[in-house]
Design a binder for this molecule. Sequence first.
Ligand code: SF4
Length: 397
Amino acid sequence: MLPLAGDFESVEDVRAFRTALRGWYRTHRRDLPWRRSRDPYAIWISEVMLQQTTVATVAPRWERFLRSFPTLERLAGASEEEVMAAWSGLGYYSRARNLHAAARAIARGGRFPSTSASLQKLPGFGPYTAAAVASIAFGERVAAVDTNVERLLSRYLGVVGSEGRRSRLRRAAAALVPPARAGDHNQAMMELGATVCRPARPSCGECPLAPGCSARRAADPARFDLPRGSRRPRQVTLEAGLARRRGRLVLVPDLEMVRGHLTLPCTAVEEAGQPGAALGRRWPELAGRTARRVRSLGRISHSVLDRRYTVHLFAVEEGDRSAARPLVTLVRPERVPTLARGSFLDKALSLSAEEEQGTEKRARSATGKGSTSPSGAAAAPAPGPPPPGAAPRRPTG
Ligand code: SF4
């Protein structure tokens, strides 16, 4: 029997909605690479990526990820570092960690779970992802409700007020899922919400649902939108140290910005202390050597999700080994783009390079050497320290 939600007045209303949506999707659906696949693994990867970025960004990244890990078993057998490297630039790294953990759990179980309920037992599978994968890959009659679908239904049904609103929209979404081709229906709902019933300036004139839409009748779609949550960004101030051993950068596991990456040793700033004092004092436990000298290189602003970092960067000249044995990785600067991946690290290396170039220029002008060529033309700038990805010019330390 067709489940009916109170917001639809009759079975005919539900059928009319589905028919209009299906007709629109048949002619307007975008040809996306994951839509050519029936492989639950490939569909799952696309759904996780699509939660955090646009279709245009996801398409090449999805293909590249599947080239690196063509099967679930390959993903399950990969190291965390390999998975993080493949995910680099997509953000929300906890999703990549969950993806990896879920792949391992599925591989251990021996088969891909085919229902929304069983998928939700896996790491990272919330109701939306589970419903999307179960309906698209296995045809389960279950509604996948993302923010696009919520907005579309809220406008169409003219839902206002916050009391019980989400569950009302979910009931309505469930009532609309047809017995066959549930995956196509869910994708059509999401696509219409993303491309026509957009958050700002929806194209009601091109919408197949316009004849029955409450918001269209009220000529005010935004009145029916769900209130947006407002989260203020968190401000974090740190001191970070850049040291080299035999020309290699001293890196440690990132516990602050992006877990699973490598980064510079860093510590929280002490309000009352001298700049760099906390870093110098904590360097033995952070990096396993004493700090002989700590010199300011400048300040970096960096954002990760809702956190805004201000990082005071210091060059650290290291001394003897300390008793502490922290986990330190020595990395050639040219490997930074592939291994450490964090744009904070790139910013730190660029700032260090600029600062060293400035120091060399000042030294040359002080000695009167190298400021002009014998002909009076400007001399070529002296080579600076290695930018990220370049071989170190000279070993330090
Ligand atoms: S008619 Fe306008 S407001 Fe209503 S569902 Fe379509 S695009 Fe959204």
